[in-house]
Ligand binder design. Sequence first.
Ligand code: MN
Length: 282
Amino acid sequence: MATAFLGTGVGGPARVALIGVPYDRTQSFRRGAAAGPGAVREASWSLETYSPVLEVDMLEAGVCDLGDLDVADLDPPAMVRRVQEAVDGLAPGVVPVLLGGDHTVTVGAVRALVARFPQLRAVVLDAHLDLRHHYEGSPWSHACTVRRLWEALGDARVVLLGVRSGLKEEWEFARRHCRWVGGSLALPEAVHAELRGYPVYLSVDLDVADPAYAPGVGNPEPGGPALSDVLQALYLLRGLPVVGMDLVEVAPDLDPSGATAVAAAKLVREMVLAFCGSAPAR
Ligand SMILES: [Mn+2]
C-alpha cells in the first residue's frame, strides 16, 4: 500500500522504519485496533507531507514503511516476540515507529531497544496508567502495558503524561516507581533535562486526547486535552534523544467520521518530523 507516509524514494538511506502491528487481542473493552495501521496510512493521503510548524517534510526524513507484521493469529506473548524481533532486526541508527494496534505492541519494541540501549527511558502519553500486574487473568492485557515497561526498564525510568484514569493501587505504584506521573501533558524542566541525557522511547496512546478529537479508541476517557495540546506537548519534547516510538490504540471503525485516523496520521507525521526530521549527528 503506497501512501504519502511511505517515503517512496526516501532520498537517501532510511532513518525511520514504519512498522504496522495490526493486533487487538489484548483489548479489555472494545476491539478494532487491528485496523489501525491501514487506516492511518490511508488517512495520511489527506495530509501534506510538510509540517509548517517543524519546517521539515516527510519526503526528506528518510522514512521507509516496512508494512504490517503478520501477527493476527498470534497469542499475545508471540505477538510481542514478533515485534521484538522486527525492531531488533533494524540496522543501527534506524528509528522504529510502530503503528498500533493495542498498546501491548509497545512491550516488544521496548524489550528490543533496552537490549541495545541499557539506559533506555520511556515517555508515555496515555489517559490510563496501564500499571496493573494482571487484568482479567492476563499479564498481556493493554491495561498492563506500562507495568511490563517498568519491568523491562527498571525503577524510575518511566514518565507518564496526560493520565486521568487508574486504580488507587496503580496511582500509588506510579508515584513510587515511575520517574514522573502527571495528569497534565507538562513535563517539569528538571525531568526534561534529565531525559536529555538518555535514549528515550516515546509511546503515544491516542486515547490521551479527549474523545471529542479521537473517539475511535478502545477505551475513551473523557476530560482530556485537545489534539492541538497533544501536538504542543510533543513539540516541547523535541530535543530528546528518541530511539523509538509508537502511536497505538487507533480503532478506526469505532469512528465513522474518520477523524480519529486523520488525527493519528497527523500525530505520526509530527512525531517523526519532531524527533527524526533532520539528519542525525551519529
Ligand atoms: Mn490508554
